[in-house]
Ligand binder design. Structure first.
Ligand code: NAD
Ligand code: 0WE
Length: 262
């Protein structure tokens, strides 16, 4: 028996089989959930549809979260396909590449607003649109954050500020929706080599120093994140809301980086 038998999940943020949202989708499916997927734009359908089908999912719909019309449409289609659903996974972030290099102080107004629109406001928009489709007993919303929300990580820049806002947004949503039984949580994942990490110069060195400094002395995988996500979206986590759960080999607890490698 799976911990998510009888539940349905709508997953946003799969771009390919390296995506953290794909690790989450696989874990949710393993625990018995029925799945639906949404992808950002036309060129991603050919990647996402085969992945979805490999988990028995037929609901695969485009939604650029920068568009109110596309957000409304994907939830209208979800209502037709599922009636109600139980779990919303938000695995979306975007900033202009030029803002993930150099100094934060040079962030433009446009770059600041883009990062916050796609990476943060989208959680509000998707959660609000999901509310009428959650069953009477409640639902679960999960988003993905990163340590750069709390401490300065060189070059993470405007995304760090957006993740701080995302974490606060997650808590305000949890407060609003708790009375309806809707839980809202975040997983803070260690660095994983996904599409969003590719092309970040020095990412490999960064992962190596992370693994050297973290108590568990290893990097994390999308399977690790998937397992924590499946727990947070299940009834086993029924009293947990508004939390940031770290899936980071313990990196965040350290106050000084001693061991480099071991
Ligand atoms: P990814 O590139 O696989 O996923 C990011 C997703 O965002 C993609 O599917 C992309 O299509 C989607 N997206 C971007 N703009 C969009 C838009 N306008 N509309 C709809 N979707 C849009 O990379 P990932 O690393 O799996 O990122 C998923 C989440 O995990 C992000 O929130 C990221 O910040 C977070 N995260 C990543 C890491 C890491 O090291 N990779 C660590 C911690 C947290
Ligand atoms: O949240 C992220 C990455 C998010 C991201 C990545 C890109 C690259 C391509 C958002 N927007 C874009 N835009 C693009 O054009 N992570 C947690 C991964 C990440 O990114 C970093 C990191 C880490 C870790 C950037 C600098 C330093 C560390």
């Amino acid at each position: 028996m799976g911990s998510l038998d009888g539940k349905t999940a709508l997953v946003f943020g799969v771009a390919n089989d390296h995506s953290i949202s794909w690790g989450i989708a696989q874990a949710l499916a393993r625990e018995g959930a029925k799945l639906g997927f949404s992808y950002a734009g036309p060129n991603l359908e050919k990647r996402v549809r085969p992945l979805a089908e490999s988990l028995g999912a037929t609901f695969v719909e485009q939604c650029d979260v920068g568009s109110d019309a596309e957000v409304a449409q994907v939830f209208a289609r979800a209502k037709e396909a599922f009636g109600t659903f139980d779990i919303l996974v938000h695995g979306i972030a975007f900033a202009s590449r030029e803002d993930l290099a150099g100094r934060f102080v040079d962030t433009s107004r446009e770059g600041f607003l883009l990062a916050h629109n796609i990476s943060v406001y989208s959680l509000v928009a998707l959660t609000r649109a999901a509310l009428p489709l959650f069953p009477a007993g409640g639902g679960a919303v999960l988003t993905l954050t990163y340590y750069g929300a709390e401490k300065v990580v060189p070059k993470y820049n405007v995304m760090g500020v957006a993740k701080a806002s995302l974490e606060a947004t997650m808590r305000y949503l949890a407060s609003d929706l708790g009375p309806q039984g809707v839980r809202v949580n975040a997983v803070s994942a260690g660095p994983i080599r996904t599409l969003a990490a590719s092309g970040i110069s020095g990412f490999r060195d960064y992962q190596r120093s992370f693994a050297g400094a973290a108590p568990l002395r290893r990097n994390v995988t999308i399977e690790d994140v998937g397992n924590a996500a499946a727990f947070l979206c299940s009834d086993a986590a029924r009293a947990i809301t508004g939390e940031v759960v770290y899936v980071d080999s313990g990196y965040n607890i350290m106050g000084m980086q001693t061991a480099e490698e071991s």
